[in-house]
Ligand binder design. Structure first.
Ligand SMILES: N[C@@H](CCC(=O)N[C@@H](CS)C(=O)NCC(=O)O)C(=O)O
Length: 194
């Protein structure tokens, strides 16, 4: 398998964490700057975003679609809870996805020469990140410290990206203690943004 992904992409990292925990080998195809406008460097993804998985003749776009594809093909027992329909898990994942999307807006607007904090659109993005994290912190006990699942893959990927790009101040002790515990694992640390 080949994963088109940048080393810092949080959406890609949750897929990489899944592949690594399942022990599935893949080749990383790094398009470089995800702000670039060239469909071909994004594995043919018309939306020009990562991750994209190619597996033989099969192309899969979008991180959660990739995770579901991988689990259906290689891990039908779904050891990491990717296919869950549990409402609480799906809400947690929706909020983390939303935070990651808003994080991308802020990082890419800055990278392409804007000053995001001048504009209400980006102020709302930052506010959504902050409110989302408070909401997650209030539900911090929902995250496992010793039994990692796809939900924790999200959390780690989201948190480390926000930290790496210094998007917002992160003073949330419940989440931090979970992240610190989970980050003791080599599998988690080895694909951290650097
Ligand atoms: N919903 C998509 C979001 C993917 C996404 O936004 N990826 C970022 C990198 S972390 C990207 O490639 N952004 C490029 C852009 O938005 O132009 C997914 O889950 O795969």
């Amino acid at each position: 398998m080949r994963l088109t992904a940048t080393p810092r992409s949080h959406f890609s990292r949750k897929v990489r964490l899944l592949l690594d925990h399942l022990g599935l080998p893949y080749e990383l195809d790094d398009p470089g700057n995800v702000a670039d406008i060239d469909k071909e460097i994004f594995g043919g993804n018309s939306l020009m975003s990562v991750p994209v998985l190619s597996d033989g003749q099969q192309f899969v776009f979008e991180s959660d679609n990739i995770a579901r594809y991988v689990v259906r093909k290689f891990d039908p027992a779904d050891a990491y809870g990717v296919l869950t329909e549990d409402t609480e898990s799906l809400n947690l994942r929706a909020v983390m996805n939303g935070i990651m999307e808003n994080d991308v807006k802020l990082v890419l607007s800055t990278r392409t020469g804007m000053e995001p904090d001048k504009y209400p659109y980006f102020q709302k993005a930052r506010q959504a990140i902050l409110q989302g994290i408070v909401w997650l912190e209030e539900r911090g006990q929902c995250f496992a410290q010793d039994e990692i699942t796809y939900r924790e893959f999200y959390l780690i990927s989201m948190w480390d990206h926000l930290t790496f790009y210094d998007v917002v101040e992160l003073d949330y002790p419940v989440l931090l203690s979970t992240i610190t515990k989970l980050s003791q694992s080599n599998l988690v640390r080895c694909c951290a943004p650097a």
